[in-house]
Design a protein around this ligand. Sequence first.
Ligand code: DNO
Length: 387
Amino acid sequence: MNYKMEQTWRWFGPSDPVTLGDIRQTGATGIVTALHHIPHGEVWAKEEIYKRKEELENAGFRWSVVESITVHENIKTRSGNYKDYIEKYKTSIRNVAACNIPVITYNFMPVNDWTRTSLNHRMTDGSLALYFNWVDLAVFDLFILKRKNADLSYSKDVLQKAEERFKKYSQEQLEDLAGVVMFGIPGEQKMTTADMAKKLELYTDIHVDSLRDNLVEFQREISAVAEECGVLLAIHPDDPPFPILGLPRIVSSMDDFDYFLNKVNNKANGVCFCTGSLGASAENKLTDMVKRIGEKIHFVHLRNVTKDEEGNFYEADHLGGDNDMYSIVKEISGLQQKFKKSIPFRPDHGHQMMDDLNKVSNPGYSAIGRMRGLAEIRGLEIGILGS
Ligand code: DNO
């Protein structure tokens, strides 16, 4: 028998416009979700997890992966009562384990989760994609956020273009841009520019080395608990995988993965291999990375990006773009046969297309584009394995 990837789908909970009934028709068998109503840092009670799990099972799914239990900023900055937050995180891990959910995803991105500058980038086929553009980020950083020394983060060329673009943007366009950059996770609390400025301030003296120490301390603590109770942890890479807004990045490259996987060499401590995030850096050779991380890949996000010379990128079709999805999936298939296990994957993001263009959906998470990605990748894997 060939081991195949478990086909999962991210669902944002009862308020997600894509319902569990819709998801049944995509072919996905597993759900990836979180208790988005629990404030960051607080314990996920067993009863709450169990209630959600039952809801998923009643709709015909397995809860395959928790994405995410958010890491409180105090843990990332090792400040205030961060030790209490680590203890709370451990309790949540124990409770997730008690409900038999096998994988927990999290990230260690300072301040913001994924960052884009447009959620409506028009593709030539008429569909809409998420987009990251350096000049727009600089407009936000210099003229909306007004971060101190922001100009040091950009090339001369980008600075000049940002100045010109700022003059052309209307007030409404500037507000839209700020909303996109600080978008965060659907259903979770939104940041204002003032909140963001305050949070960024806390990182003034935190650089790559100290942030790495903070991550390693956190991983040592939580992975011991996870191993004990049989849960796998999967850290999500930085998205995008390069420094933005003057913040350090420590989960962006093979060197980064080597660093913390060696420091915390525990069976539970692993990776959510997100091809879209990692693929936005030309330096990352994704197929080699899959080979090297190997058994420590506990969860996979499959998505593609197209980059330009300036380092801007848009989210491409799952089988289009710069990532060679064929060789990546082939490598993952190889891992599954070697380690005799099925790794959960989800089609990460998708274009807003067809009927979905007239609907309100969570950016990147409309139904049809993701279903296209899921179907293409499902076929690709069967093509590779032969059955
Ligand atoms: C974006 C997602 C990320 C991811 C978190 C994991 O669409 O892939 O928001 O869920 O970073 O903690």
